[in-house]
Design a protein around this ligand. Structure first.
Ligand code: PLP
Length: 453
């Protein structure tokens, strides 16, 4: 089909993130125009159920009047100010207080960024700064995991454990290490039980620490559920065992709650769902339900005290972003948390989770489906060429992308991560809408099967 006018303008003007650029010139983008509830509409007026909350972020859906009003009020009152050099604004103070109240650990202070990448980049800088302040300049390496996703700035992309984020970008930078991905279905060996797999994965972490020298390792970073690596839910006991290893060696646990925060797994935090006691936490995305860009890092009193002492020694704390703690983002963050509480979003997620699980489990019988994974209202469906051997499709086959395209034809938007179809619907979705989403997914899987076999 020839490109429409708006599609032509797009390909002539935009460099798109996470897109096969050569193909886009032929297909053109899907241009979205407006949204309401869990639906978005393209420029031709076609409606799609948005099963990914955009990029795992618009947890309260589209067109929420309370959020829009909060944004309008803040823009009227003070559209911009910052937190540099002793200035402040009340929305940032209020949001920091709210985050401290609900944090999954004894949070002392909140540092605002504009994104999840900046939050994780900040985490690494803070870990380095902390260990310099504490007189341990050699304790600087950060352990991440293969298939992790922590963002795309130079250091956060280095933390990310996905080949496309490293290849030809000259990454990862040094001092960033990657340990095994805890995905039993993909990396479990024949005959190995899930418990044995977990033990082996954690043993491998232990060996990495021993090889590098525990005195050189500052922190371990993990998403409670790996999102952009393919919605990988950790095996039982994994985080418990990991934390025991870290505790032996005085290694900080950085929880990247950018996807799992604010109710997604049925608790405020993925850390609660998986028994993680983090030392520090990164958030973004659902922090404002994506109505404005905002990220944050929550830190303990111990880190804060070290920073205060260092500041007294060397002067200003030399880190901060122009838009970190932007009034619009903070006002929206305050309102989003109020809505999560007033509309009891956690109970909503818990109430819908069994239906979400049941519809996912039903897909197990589909000829293309190798594994389904889920927790709360986030899930993944991994497509394979051979169910028995778990053989994946050849990478250049693009079967995930084919399925995502069929989904669009059936009025739904989900995200293909390689050959895993990710689901992360707005947490305000109704039971009927959830059924509609899965009906579209079933049809798209059948169409995909017909296309690829
Ligand atoms: N951390 C996690 C777990 C994420 O899923 C993402 C984005 O998808 C990020 C960090 C990076 O956030 P941003 O795209 O806002 O920089």
């Amino acid at each position: 089909m020839p490109l429409t006018n708006v599609q032509t303008r797009d390909v002539e003007a935009l460099l798109h993130p996470y897109t096969p650029l050569h193909k886009l010139r032929e297909t053109g983008p899907l241009v979205l125009d407006h949204g309401e509830g869990v639906f978005v509409y393209d420029t031709q007026g076609k409606r799609y159920i948005e099963g990914m909350s955009g990029l795992w972020c618009a947890g309260l859906g589209f067109g929420d009047k309370e959020l829009i009003e909060a944004a309008r009020e803040q823009l009227d009152r003070l559209p911009y100010y910052h937190l540099f050099g002793g200035k402040s604004i009340e929305p940032a103070i209020e949001l920091a207080e709210k985050l401290k109240e609900i944090a999954p650990f004894e949070a002392s202070k909140v540092f605002f960024t504009s994104s999840g990448s900046e939050a994780n980049d900040t985490q690494v800088k803070l870990a380095w700064y902390y260990n310099n302040a504490r007189g341990r300049p050699e304790k600087k390496k950060i352990i991440s995991r293969q298939k992790a996703y922590h963002g795309v700035t130079i250091v956060s992309a280095s933390l990310t454990g996905l080949p496309n984020n490293h290849r030809d970008f000259d990454l990862p930078v040094d001092r960033i290490l990657h340990t095994d991905c805890p995905h039993y279905y993909r990396f479990g060996e024949p005959g190995e039980t899930e418990e044995e797999f977990t033990a082996r994965t954690v043993r491998s972490l232990k060996e990495l620490i021993a090889r590098e020298g525990p005195e050189t390792i500052a922190a371990f970073i993990a998403e409670p559920i790996m999102g952009a690596g393919g919605v990988i839910v950790p095996p039982a006991g994994y985080f418990e065992a990991v934390q025991a290893v870290l505790a032996e060696h005085d290694i900080l646990f950085i929880a990247d709650e950018v996807i799992t925060g604010f109710g997604r797994t049925g608790n405020w935090w993925g850390s609660e769902t998986f028994g993680i006691a983090p030392d520090t936490v990164s958030v973004a995305k659902q922090l404002t339900s994506a109505y404005a860009p905002l990220g944050a890092v929550m830190i303990s009193e111990e880190l804060y005290q070290a920073f205060v002492e260092e500041s007294a020694k060397i002067g200003v704390f030399g880190h901060g972003f122009t838009y970190g703690g932007h009034p619009l983002g903070c006002a929206l963050g305050v309102k989003a948390i109020e809505i999560y509480q007033s509309r009891d979003i956690l109970s909503r997620v818990r109430a819908l989770a069994p239906q979400f699980q049941e519809r996912l489990e039903r897909l197990r019988d589909h000829p293309l489906v190798g594994e389904v994974r889920f927790k709360g209202l986030v899930g993944g469906v991994e497509l394979v060429a051979d169910k028995t051997t778990k053989r994946p499709f050849a990478a250049n086959h693009g079967v995930g992308g084919i399925c995502a395209k069929h989904l669009e034809n059936h009025g739904a938007i989900l995200r293909a991560i390689g050959d895993t179809i990710a689901l992360c619907p707005p947490m305000i979705i109704t039971s009927d809408e959830l059924s509609q989403l899965f009906d579209s997914l079933e049809k798209a899987l059948d169409d995909t099967e017909a296309t690829v076999t």
